[in-house]
Each structure stands twice: as structure tokens, then as C-alpha cells.
Design a protein around this ligand. Structure first.
Ligand SMILES: Nc1ncnc2c1ncn2[C@@H]1O[C@H](COP(=O)(O)OP(=O)(O)OP(=O)(O)O)[C@@H](O)[C@H]1O
Ligand SMILES: [Mg+2]
Length: 343
């Protein structure tokens, strides 16, 4: 087993990292976080991914949770390398001596320098070769769209940190736009709302739980309520308050409108023939944020275009990248012909 060439695909998202092993499928899906001890100038990584997530609130107070990837860009190089090394070993097995060939998804709007940082991080983590693939293309492939046809298809990938909208035709994206709006912005909107209206500061996790429980892009038919626990901003003491689904809907209006605005911008900049294809084929939603209740219906009603929520939206990017890992030789051939070119 020690000298086998393995090919893997990695989707290192703001919230989750997913790894696909060629011939095996999705082998790992863990939070993109590390629990780190900061000791003067040095960082010592104690736990990564699922392990770090389980230790939150149980570890020493000085240890910090660090998310080394923000919106598809590596913000903390050393921690990203530790994390990639750990995930790659976990995926391919500790005893393999040959570095894997790695395919990784990237946002389409990142700079040359940011691309170089991703390559370097993966090489430091043991990758033999690195291929960067636009993640929105992978999302389109992963949701089953005919990306090799001259037909236009629109994909909207709503992740934790970012939303990327692209019109894809013949394996290239014709028009695309990305912005830092996603699941985390929705959580922030809920946090800010509760702070403003209830004078209570809640944590990110609580905000996300409220979103998963009551969040919707359209008003719920039957109003629901939950209790949230936080800290009173005046007295600084622990406090609980009740929040309704209508309030959460109010809080989420802004981020939903921003996502809609991004889609409208791309629609307006799409060549008319491809626009016609999209009107016919619909808009395809992927990414975890797409699971927000009613978001598909909200976009469809606002734009008058059919909207289709992908099956397993959070796994579309890794499935698309995984397809390329399973067809690595085709990917190499196509790259020579100019497809998947990295500008
Ligand atoms: N049912 C749901 N309703 C609303 N949001 C959800 C739901 N399920 C998951 N999410 C959100 O989806 C986000 C994670 O999605 P995903 O895994 O696609 O992001 P990512 O790939 O890590 O991030 P990015 O692509 O922005 O770097 C989180 O913010 C999570 O709260
Ligand atoms: Mg993502």
C-alpha cells in the first residue's frame, strides 16, 4: 500500500472541508476550524476539524478557535497547512509515501497571489501536484448540469462565507460574480437583530441554531417561537428571550435581498441567447445556504424564473471536483486543449 499514486479532490470551504478520494468517493467532511494555543509568537495546533468542534467550550480558555479559510482564501497559512496535512493524511492513510495529486476548488474572483498561496499550502501539506478548478463549475457539474454543452446554465452557490453566481456554458463561466454574503452573514443578521430588539448578545452558534430552526426567506404559515440564551448588554448577566419566526424572517430579509441582487446583476450581464436558456432551464441553487427555507421560492417569485434546489446542495462542489478526480486523465487532456485554464 506504501507506494500508490492517489488522486484526491478538496473543497475547503469557509464552514466545511470535504475530501473525495478517487475511486472511493467522499471520505471526509469536517468543519474548517482549528483549536490553537497561541504562545507569544508561536501557534500550536491542538485539534482540527470535528475534534476541534467537539472541544469548543471544553478546552483551556487561552486556546482559540481559528478558521484559516475565509471566503475561499487562505488567511492563516501555517494553520491551513497543518489542517490540509491532517485532512490529506486522514483521507489517503498515514502510510502512503507518495504525495497525492490534488484537485481543489477555488472562487473565481481570487487573485494570482491568493492562488499561489493555495498551491504552496497544498505542496507543503504533501501534494505532488495541484490543480485549481473554479468551484462554481464544480457545483454545476455536481448538481448534474450538462456543463460540456453550448447551452447556458445558471448556478448560484450559497456557502457559509460566500455566494457565487455564474452562467456556465462549454465548461467555462461566461458571466460570474461573487460576494461575501452567505450563511455567516445570515447568522450575523440574526445576532444583530436580537441585540437591537432584545438587548441580548448571543453567540454565533446560537444564531446559527436559530437560523436552522426558524430561518426562512418567506414568512412561515404558522408562526413559531424559540427561547434564546445570551448576555444582557446592559447588565452583562445571562439572559433568555423568546424570538419568533416573523422576527427571524425580518432579520434575514437583507441577506436574502443581497443574494437576489447578485443574481439580478448576473442576469443583466448575460448574453440574450444564454438568458433565454436560463429562463427555460431555471436557476440552480447549491451550497448549504440554499437550504434556507423558502429561499428557492423567494428567488423564483421575485425574478419570475424557475428555481431548482440541488439534491444534497452542500455536496455539489465536492461531487463535481470528485468527478474530475475520477477522470483525472481526461482533466489533463482537456487542460492541454484550453479547458479549465487557470487565468
Ligand atoms: N437548513 C439550512 N438552512 C439555512 N442554512 C443552512 C442550512 N443548512 C446549512 N446551512 C448553512 O450552510 C452554510 C454551510 O454551507 P457550505 O458547506 O456550502 O459552505 P462552505 O462551502 O463551507 O462555505 P464557502 O463556500 O462560502 O466557502 C452554513 O452557514 C450553514 O449554517
Ligand atoms: Mg462552498
Amino acid at each position: 500500500m506504501g507506494l500508490i499514486q492517489q488522486d484526491i479532490a478538496i473543497d475547503m470551504g469557509t464552514s466545511f472541508t470535504r475530501v473525495y478520494l478517487r475511486g472511493k468517493g467522499l471520505v471526509l467532511s469536517e468543519p474548517t476550524i482549528a483549536l490553537v494555543e497561541t504562545n507569544g509568537q508561536e501557534n500550536f495546533v491542538h485539534y482540527i476539524g470535528e475534534d476541534a468542534s467537539m472541544m469548543v467550550g471544553r478546552a483551556k480558555e487561552e486556546w482559540k478557535i481559528i478558521s484559516p479559510v475565509q471566503d475561499g482564501v487562505i488567511e492563516d497559512f501555517d494553520i491551513a497547512v497543518s489542517m490540509l496535512t491532517y485532512f490529506i493524511r486522514k483521507a489517503i492513510g498515514k502510510h502512503n509515501l507518495v504525495g497525492p495529486r490534488v484537485i481543489i476548488g477555488i472562487p473565481s474572483n481570487i487573485s494570482q497571489v491568493e492562488k499561489r498561496v493555495i498551491r504552496q499550502a497544498l505542496r507543503s501539506a504533501g501534494a505532488k501536484t495541484v490543480r485549481l478548478i473554479p468551484q462554481v463549475f464544480a457545483a454545476a457539474k455536481g448538481t448534474g448540469l450538462p456543463v460540456y454543452e453550448p447551452e447556458g446554465n445558471m448556478v448560484v452557490d450559497i456557502g457559509g462565507g460566500m455566494t457565487e453566481v455564474a452562467v456556465i456554458s462549454l465548461t467555462g463561466s461566461v458571466v460570474s460574480k461573487a460576494a461575501r454574503i452567505g450563511g455567516k452573514k445570515m447568522d450575523d443578521a440574526i445576532m444583530n437583530y436580537i441585540k437591537r430588539e432584545h438587548n441580548i448578545l448571543i453567540g454565533e452558534r446560537t444564531a446559527e441554531d436559530v437560523k436552522l430552526d426558524l430561518g426562512a426567506a418567506l414568512p412561515l404559515e404558522t408562526e413559531r417561537r424559540v427561547l434564546v440564551r445570551g448576555r444582557d448588554i446592559v447588565t452583562n448577566l445571562p439572559q433568555t428571550s423568546e424570538i419568533s419566526s416573523t422576527q427571524v424572517y425580518d432579520a434575514l430579509k437583507d441577506p436574502c435581498m443581497s443574494i437576489l441582487g447578485l443574481i439580478q446583476w448576473v442576469m443583466e450581464h448575460t448574453p440574450p441567447e444564454l438568458g433565454g436558456d436560463i429562463m427555460r432551464n431555471g436557476i440552480h441553487l447549491t451550497g448549504g445556504g440554499a437550504l434556507l427555507l423558502g429561499l428557492d421560492r423567494y428567488i423564483a417569485e421575485e425574478l419570475g424564473i424557475p428555481v431548482l434546489l440541488a439534491k444534497n446542495p452542500m455536496d455539489c462542489v465536492i461531487s463535481g471536483l470528485g468527478y474530475l478526480a475520477d477522470h483525472y486523465e481526461m482533466l489533463e487532456r482537456e487542460s492541454k486543449r484550453g479547458f479549465f485554464r487557470e487565468e
